[in-house]
Design a protein around this ligand. Structure first.
Ligand SMILES: NC(=O)N[C@@H](O)C(=O)O
Length: 259
């Protein structure tokens, strides 16, 4: 069981659409640099500038952007010195239960954040897969949505927590719960949590399961692979009017309108 922090603030967060710019402090939001309508390989020189600059590949039938999100292995700094290996995992994530909140006449939904975790020596990328086979976006079935919840690290600080035996323990470099941030990501986006970035276990919204391929490094030493901090009620993500989050008109603009 994760140690439970002895104090936590009362904060209500409004999630923002996930974009590379607003997530940069916490890792990488991986999104297509191209509009959905572009279906013919186009010379990189006629595209808006992009970092990394794409090159034509695959007999000029692909635009290759590389690298897009680094794979970082910092286990050489781990206390045990145990060697690490690259690991690909599948997380099949089922929709979370949300809390209904009556706000005047409005029925709203909220997600209560009660635990954060981090991987101190590796970054970790969640890539949603198998989205198209059973989805008909725009024909009544919802586009997959997931909530990415992250917190800055209070570097050099120590927080007090209770372990499962009721003993007092310390959490080094704990999460800054006053400055937790929440982002809404859509099916076509992947997310990389930076090395040591505190984040909530994946939160799938809506009605359908989302399967993610997850890429990271591991060394098999529990506390070096994953650290957790649980806390009491108080950190709440306000998801707005019930059922409205996935509506098409609420979609963030990720691509330029025209090339
Ligand atoms: N993020 C998430 O859902 N889970 C992990 O980070 C994990 O390693 O368990």
């Amino acid at each position: 069981m994760a140690p439970i922090l002895t104090t936590n603030p009362t904060v209500t967060l409004t999630p923002e659409p996930l974009t590379p710019a607003n997530f940069a402090q916490f890792g990488t939001a991986v999104v297509s640099p191209l509009p959905r309508e572009l279906n013919v390989a186009t010379a990189p020189s006629s595209l808006p500038s992009h970092n990394p600059t794409p090159v034509l590949a695959n007999q000029n039938s692909a635009l290759k952007y590389s690298p897009i999100s680094p794979l970082l292995d910092r286990y050489n700094g781990s206390p045990s010195g145990q060697p690490s290996e690259a690991r690909m995992t599948m997380f099949c994530c089922f929709p979370r239960k949300l809390r209904s909140v009556q706000s005047g006449q409005l029925e709203k939904e909220a997600f209560d954040v009660r635990i954060l975790e981090r991987h101190p020596f590796t970054n970790q990328t969640f890539i949603p897969v198998d989205l198209s086979a059973h989805s008909k976006v725009g024909e009544g079935e919802e586009e997959p949505l997931f909530l990415v919840v992250v917190a800055p690290t209070l570097k050099g600080q120590t927080a007090t927590a209770k372990n499962e035996k009721g003993e007092t323990v310390s959490i080094q470099d704990p999460p800054d719960l006053k400055n937790v941030k929440a982002f809404v990501a859509r099916g076509g986006q992947a997310v990389t949590y930076g090395v040591g970035t505190w984040h909530a276990p994946m939160v799938v919204l809506g009605k359908r399961r989302v399967d993610f391929v997850v890429v990271q490094f591991v060394n098999g030493v529990g506390d070096e692979d994953c650290q957790e901090a649980a806390f009491g009620e108080g950190v709440v993500v306000d998801l707005g009017k019930k059922g409205q989050l996935g509506r098409v008109e609420n979609q963030p603009r990720l691509w330029p309108a025209k090339l």
